[in-house]
Design a protein around this ligand. Structure first.
Ligand code: AMP
Length: 396
């Protein structure tokens, strides 16, 4: 079966066509600057990227261009659109309505729309992509895979805020968590890779990318995660601040003469390791600055790693133990020196770092703790598109 996986943003759209039997990517790419001018990137497996500047006033034209590229006589991945058997859509927020993936019926789309308030930048864009796909491929089954769904198993002790309860009742203000597709995929794969019984295991997944979150997965189910109502809570990220004293918002608003949008913009886009270091949100730049002895870059990286280590400690407490720790996403998979700083805090768990393996493991699966380490630590590359493909196939 061939599954088209679509991740639709407000002005961009990423896609992959995956064969579900071989789990090979047949073609992938993205549409950028939708509604502005338009740029299609298309790459058939084994070939170079093709980049075409072409108008795409709406998501519908963008998806049409993707479909045309996929069936192109010379460089297409399939001969006919009939060879696309299903579409899996990433949907950011499913609120409390969706604890698993669903087939996208009109009724489901209406329910996703009801979650728009919770993710005003993302859900409307996801819905536009789904509707455009449905128009262009009316007979192809479509599935929605939610970033929040995996975390719906969190107990109320983990998801309730210390706020007036009526805000939860009236507005569903609670912790939801994000990157759920990745946390689910990586925890399952970590159990398999480390020969653990998923249904009887305690795994901590550290998804460290530009957006970063960490989760506690007990017996295959999420019991806590670091992101909250929005992806701003938790770890220090590329440009997001993560946990702070909420009173800072009023303090900064007064000092800098900012309104609430202005403060939120600072917390989301001007903070994190970029705001702290003044260098970059990208860990490649940060590593260079760190090695040159740039004090602010060193402070930013140390704060980033310390926050991860503190969360790991709190999730060991939440699960009353831990059987494995998995690092994933851009930083978790590639940046050995950050993993090393984090793991230095974990000696109390009996964790011993295999320095050579840690340095050598970049973007591939591998165990980075020693054979004597009481808790194995592994790098498990995430693959959200493949996870969406698998979910889609399972549902149809
Ligand atoms: P993500 O959001 O998962 O794509 O992760 C982005 C972050 O991972 C950025 O800070 C990148 O600098 C970092 N990253 C990704 N690939 C590498 C790499 N090969 N070497 C060092 N850092 C990387």
């Amino acid at each position: 079966m061939n599954v088209l996986v679509i991740n639709c943003g407000s002005s961009s759209l990423k896609y992959q066509l995956i064969n579900s039997e071989s789990e090979q990517v047949l073609a992938k790419g993205l549409c950028e600057r939708i509604g502005i001018d338009g740029r299609l990137v298309y790459q058939l497996a084994g070939n170079d990227k093709e980049i075409t500047e072409t108008p795409m006033p709406t998501h519908k034209e963008a998806i049409q261009l993707v479909l045309d590229a996929l069936v192109n006589e010379k460089t297409g991945a399939v001969k006919d659109l009939k060879e696309i058997d299903a579409v899996g859509h990433r949907v950011v927020h499913g609120g409390e309505k969706f604890a698993s993936s669903v087939v996208l019926t009109e009724d489901v789309l209406a329910q996703i729309e009801e979650c728009n308030d919770l993710a005003p930048l993302h859900n409307p864009a996801n819905l536009i992509g789904i509707r455009a796909c449905k128009e262009l491929m009316p007979n192809v089954p479509m599935v929605g895979v939610f970033d929040t769904a995996f975390h719906q198993t969190m107990p109320s002790t983990a998801y309730l805020y210390g706020l007036p309860y009526e805000y939860y009742e009236k507005y569903k203000v609670r912790r939801y968590g994000f990157h759920g597709t990745s946390h689910s995929f990586v925890s399952k794969r970590a159990a398999e890779y480390l020969n653990l019984d998923l249904n009887n295991s305690k795994i901590i997944v550290a998804h460290l990318g530009n957006g970063a979150s960490i989760s506690a997965v007990k017996d295959g189910k999420c019991v806590d995660t670091s992101m909250g109502l929005t992806p701003l809570e938790g770890l220090v990220m590329g440009t997001r601040c993560g946990d702070i004293d909420p009173a800072i918002m009023e303090f900064i608003a007064k000092k800098e003469n900012l309104d609430i949008e202005g403060v939120m913009n600072v917390l989301n886009k001007k903070s994190g390791v970029e705001g702290m270091s003044g260098v970059s949100s990208d860990f490649r730049d940060l590593q260079a600055a760190y090695e040159e002895g740039n004090e602010r870059a060193i402070a930013a990286v140390e704060v980033f790693a310390y926050r991860v280590a503190k969360y790991i400690g709190s999730y060991v407490a939440a699960m009353n133990g831990v059987d494995a720790i998995a690092f994933t996403a851009g930083i978790g998979e590639n940046v050995y020196f950050v993993r090393r700083i984090i793991m230095k805090y974990l000696g109390y768990l009996g964790i011993e770092v295999d320095d050579e393996a840690n340095v050598a493991t970049r973007g591939i699966e591998g165990i980075i703790s020693t054979a004597d380490s009481k808790v194995p630590v592994a790098v498990i590359p995430t693959n959200e598109e493949l996870a969406i493909c698998r979910e889609t196939v399972a549902l149809i």
